[in-house]
Design a protein around this ligand. Structure first.
Ligand code: PLP
Length: 415
């Protein structure tokens, strides 16, 4: 398995030691193993090869252009949720007919951009959005292909912040509103309803909810066809979980076993939108211990990365594996690993067993390839770190570190 491994007392990304990367790129920095992204993409692509399908990589998990470009070369499409992501997907070489535009709050400008570029379809999340797309398309003398995201009211059994498929969340159209949606679509002459979509949540670690959602969507697709809508695409979203702390997430083939029969019965084209599965364990965050601080009985490793680089622990109490980049790995004491930002919420781990470390030592924070850099912020005027791409024995900086000048570039002092 490509990615990250421990050998001769040091951590590697593919054929390169993480310490060498830190030396060259400085810390903090993200390290992405391109072969790891590719391998994970291929696993999903392979699992569904018996049906017509499109794996539309969800850019929001990791939007690095080199990563997107590598996936594009393998045939990946893109799931985008903003005009900015659409721009990035196109720029990285994903063709418009493989791009799906999702999100609950598309603006008229974003809709027009998607239509102009000729994307595959819009994943629509509400009735007012159907009407807005219809109006924009009519003005442009185009017909907008749409899939409608329904909320199958299935619990993905994950963290409540990343649950999207229950009826209380803001995502998708309530199934009970299907009649109403049909009435609206019939009146909207500039939209063409071709697909149904469900994405029930993220970091799922069991297959049953996907199976349930697929069944709900199958029933719905049959009903819509019966009503005269030419539904030929079924989009089951993303959400495949990964191993952060010893979870045993299902393999793509295990989800496929539940999904493929549905797709075959419908003779539909399947679209999937994996983000985290492809990117999560394909990247790490490197950081250096700035201080070891003793406070009463507590020990803090204060490091040079913080919630600006990886906010998941602060935002969802997410667990990330942490290890010294070199030397003994065996825990010797319980410590808090915290960042330099002026917030108590700025931490990576609390009471974590780690070896004794000292000022200047390097630390690797694992599973930072998804929802790391993309959620980055410059809070406390801390420049965004570089993104380093590794392939085999080679590595290069794919995105350079922001400078202090960058932080003020778009600002002027008004007097
Ligand atoms: C976030 C999101 C995805 C990707 O989710 P992962 O858990 O990263 O696979 C896919 N589809 C939609 C609609 C999303 O909002």
């Amino acid at each position: 398995m490509p990615g990250f491994h421990f050998k001769n007392k040091r951590w590697y990304s593919d054929g390169v030691t993480l310490s060498k990367i830190a030396e060259k790129a400085g810390t903090p920095c993200y390290v992405y193993s391109l072969p790891a992204f590719e391998a994970r993409f291929k696993e999903i692509d392979q699992a569904y090869k018996s049906v017509p399908h499109l794996v539309a990589y969800s850019l929001k998990a990791n939007g690095n252009l080199s990563v997107i470009h590598a996936l594009a070369k393998l045939g990946s499409g893109a799931d985008v949720v903003s005009g900015g992501e659409l721009f990035k997907a196109l720029k990285a070489g994903i063709s418009a007919e493989k791009i799906i535009f999702a999100g609950v709050g598309k603006t008229d400008d974003e809709i027009a951009y998607g239509l102009q570029e000729g994307i595959r379809y819009f994943n629509v999340e509400s009735i007012p959005e159907i009407e807005a797309i219809d109006a924009v398309a009519r003005k442009m003398r185009k017909v907008a292909p749409i899939a409608i995201r329904f909320n199958p009211d299935v619990d993905p059994k994950t963290h409540h912040y990343i649950t999207t498929g229950k009826k209380e969340t803001k995502f998708g159209v309530y199934l009970g509103d299907a009649e109403k949606v049909m009435r609206v679509v019939r009146q909207c002459r500039s939209v063409n309803w071709t697909g149904v979509h469900a994405h029930i949540g993220s970091q799922m670690t069991q297959t049953a909810s996907v199976g349930k959602a697929a069944k709900v969507i199958e029933k719905l697709a049959l009903r819509l066809r019966h009503e005269g809508f030419a539904i030929h695409t079924v989009n089951l979203g993303g959400g495949y979980g990964i191993d952060y702390q010893g979870e045993k997430p299902p393999e793509p083939s295990q989800y496929a076993a539940l999904v493929l029969p549905v797709i075959k019965r419908l003779s539909a084209t399947l679209v999937l939108e994996p983000g985290r599965y492809i990117s999560g364990n394909s990247g790490v965050l490197l950081t250096r211990v700035t201080y070891v601080k003793q406070s009463g009985t507590k020990t803090f490793y204060i490091v040079d990365a913080g919630m600006g680089e990886l906010i998941r622990p602060s935002l969802y109490e997410a667990y990330h594996r942490i290890a010294p980049v070199e030397g003994p790995q065996k825990p010797a004491q319980k410590v808090d690993v915290v960042g330099p930002i002026c917030e108590s919420g700025d931490f990576f781990a609390k009471d974590r067993g780690l070896p004794s470390m000292k000022r200047g030592d390097l630390i690797v924070i694992f599973s930072a390839g998804a929802y790391g850099s993309v959620m980055g912020s410059t809070y406390n005027a801390r420049p965004l770190p570089p993104e380093v791409i590794v392939r085999g024995n080679k590595f290069s900086v794919a995105r350079s570190r922001q400078t202090w000048q960058d932080l003020v570039r778009r600002e002027k002092i008004l007097t």
